[in-house]
Write a protein that binds this ligand. Structure first.
Ligand SMILES: [Zn+2]
Length: 318
């Protein structure tokens, strides 16, 4: 191990004896008895292995037993990374610098101990295809590329080669967009719906074919509450308002949420996303995200409740 303090956490002193690693209580840990070991903290930059850290600390007058104890406490508190991980070491310096904020954030959010190396490895093999409204997909693509994904491309419907795949279908859910969703269900490809219409943003469902609610499950549920929904649905498949009531802030918010759910699905597995069996909804002007649950509908033929063993496991393609 080459111990390094998590790069996103700032060490601050609470008093002469207590060092706090990080500011926000949801991330920070505090270590007491640190007045004689402050010099150790400056050595935790990932440039030395564990024995070299202890030896360098001893040269600064810090007993090895004290260094061992502090390292153990930092590790137990989740404040240490083994840095740089093998994947990070292979990156050119400028790329590593560009991705550093992304990996620092992921490392804290996921509480990993590899400085984000595993996250980067998953993102480097992921494929995301984009369909629908280019205002939303363009912004989502910008975010996804900044987060370390290089294989972001227009929807092709052609699946080959290794790597998890996810399709984002954005915009007004007309016939074209619904055809993409239906094809993804048929191909057993996970897909995320992201809409911004009538000054309302929705991200979800994230559909895991044969495992979670699909877009048609939502239509079945809506029809249960509104008998006119099938007739309305037929009309919105054929027509869309021009211009759409979708301003720049709503586009950016929906695109960012869609990118966040896609990254979470890639990094931690699709079941981690709050958009599975649900939608995340934003209704201006208050701009507070709320989640609505949409369980698989028993009348839908997509799979979760009607034919659980009829399709290959999603894990094979994701
Ligand atoms: Zn369904």
């Amino acid at each position: 191990m080459r111990p390094a303090l998590k790069s996103g956490l700032l060490p601050v002193w609470r008093d002469r004896d207590t060092l706090q690693i990080g500011v926000d209580p949801r991330r920070a840990i505090a270590l007491s008895g640190m007045s004689g070991a402050a010099g150790l903290i400056g050595l935790l930059d990932g440039s030395r292995d564990r024995d070299q850290v202890i030896a360098a600390a001893a040269e600064r007058g810090i007993p090895p037993a004290t260094s061992e104890r502090v390292l153990a406490l930092l590790a137990a508190g989740g404040a240490l990374d083994d840095f740089p991980g093998g994947t990070l070491r292979t990156l050119p310096g400028p790329l590593r610098s560009r991705l550093a904020p992304e990996l620092a954030a992921a490392s804290l959010a996921y509480r990993d101990t590899d400085g984000g190396a595993r996250t980067l490895a998953r993102r480097s093999t992921a494929v995301i295809e984009l369909a629908g409204d280019r205002r939303i997909t363009g912004e989502a693509e910008r975010i996804l590329r900044a987060a370390g994904l290089s294989r972001v491309r227009p929807y092709s419907g052609q699946w080959s080669g290794p790597g998890p795949t996810l399709v984002i279908v954005a915009g007004w859910l007309g016939a074209r967009e619904r055809a993409v969703c239906d094809q993804c269900v048929a191909d057993c490809v996970p897909h995320l719906v992201a809409t911004a219409r009538e000054a309302i943003g929705e991200v979800g469902p994230l559909v895991l074919p044969s495992e979670s609610a699909c877009l048609r499950c939502l239509d079945h549920a809506r029809a249960g509450h509104d008998p006119a929904w099938p007739l309305i649905l037929a009309q919105i498949c054929a027509r869309r308002p021009d211009p759409p009531a979708c301003d720049a802030v709503l586009v950016a918010a929906v695109a960012a949420q869609a990118a966040a759910q896609a990254l979470l699905a890639i990094d931690q597995g699709p079941a981690a996303s709050a958009a599975v069996n649900g939608t995340l909804e934003l209704v201006p002007p208050d701009f507070r995200w709320r989640r609505r649950s949409w369980p698989p509908h028993p009348d839908c033929t997509c799979g979760p409740l009607t034919r659980p063993a009829a399709r290959p496991a999603v894990a094979e393609t994701f």
